[in-house]
Design a protein around this ligand. Sequence first.
Ligand SMILES: Nc1ncnc2c1ncn2[C@@H]1O[C@H](COP(=O)(O)OP(=O)(O)OP(=O)(O)O)[C@@H](O)[C@H]1O
Length: 252
Amino acid sequence: MTTTTTQPIVDVQDVSLSFGNVKALQNVSLTLAPGEITAIVGDNGAGKSTLVRCISGIHRAQSGSIRFDGEETHFRNPEDAREKGIETVHQNLALVDDLTVWQNLFLNRELTRGLGPIRFLDRKAMRQEAERMVSTLAVNVPAVKSKVRRLSGGQRQAVSICRAAGFSSRLVIMDEPTAALGVQETAKVEQLILRLRDDGHPVLLISHNFSQVMRLSDQVWVMRAGRCVAGRRTSETTGDEIVALITGSREQ
Ligand SMILES: Nc1ncnc2c1ncn2[C@@H]1O[C@H](COP(=O)(O)OP(=O)(O)OP(=O)(O)O)[C@@H](O)[C@H]1O
């Protein structure tokens, strides 16, 4: 079901994974093209999160292959995937309230200075780099020294996205990035996702919000009961067709 002639950034072929008797993924094949926003849609339990967890190193496929930039991957954990540039923005906005924006941006990847084994946190470098990251994506936060607890939901999500995009990421995965947000905040985060794509970061988007998928994505893959049942260029389909594919009232 490959739809592009350029090498995909991610190429999933025949991936299967079961949890006991539950066949969460059954011979799933799909591709993500560089420079694009790719959406995966499907009903609850269709297998979207499981597939994304295979791509991001949380789960290992029991059969099939996942190629990243043309190379077969065998990630043992999310850190392996992160080293290759796969960053995930989690649904639960995993930020630490009592830390500042810049501290959250550098959480678990603090910059240090010093000689040999004696290292100190380089707070100044982190603050400066945080300013750069925030301004590159035109993220609307009061200041990088603000505590995250003072930010709105949209601003928090912007920080999460900035964190994912800021570490030379090759792919940003977003699982329901606006599920917890109001209308205006959703609009701002959507602008940020488009900007990310336009800056050259491919995005893998999971969303239950069809109009969002139609607005943002270049390619959409439909999953149903553990299978990838259809792939469409977003410009060549409609929300109605996607809904019909999701529910199975229309076969591909
Ligand atoms: N860790 C797990 N252990 C057992 N079963 C699991 C596990 N993770 C997922 N499943 C099952 O695998 C199937 C696919 O679940 P998955 O979370 O991937 O679906 P989804 O499309 O992301 O659904 P949702 O939109 O509700 O998040 C479901 O039947 C689910 O119950």
